[in-house]
Design a protein around this ligand. Sequence first.
Ligand SMILES: [Zn+2]
Length: 64
Amino acid sequence: MKLLTCKETTRLVSQGLDRELEFGERVALRVHFAICLGCRRAGRQMAFLRRAVRALSEPRQQGS
Ligand SMILES: [Zn+2]
C-alpha cells in the first residue's frame, strides 16, 4: 500500500470535497489520518469551511 505524505493527503482531502474518491484513495487517507493528527485536524477543518462557504453561497437548499 502506498503511504501518503502530508502534502498529498491535503490535496486528496481537497479533491474529495469536489469528487468521489476512489477506494484506494480513501484507504490511503484513512491510513494517513490514523498516524497523523495534523492532517486529521486539517481535513476536518477543510470540510467544515467548505460546507460553510457552500451554505453561504447557496441560500436555497436544493434537495439533500
Ligand atoms: Zn499528515
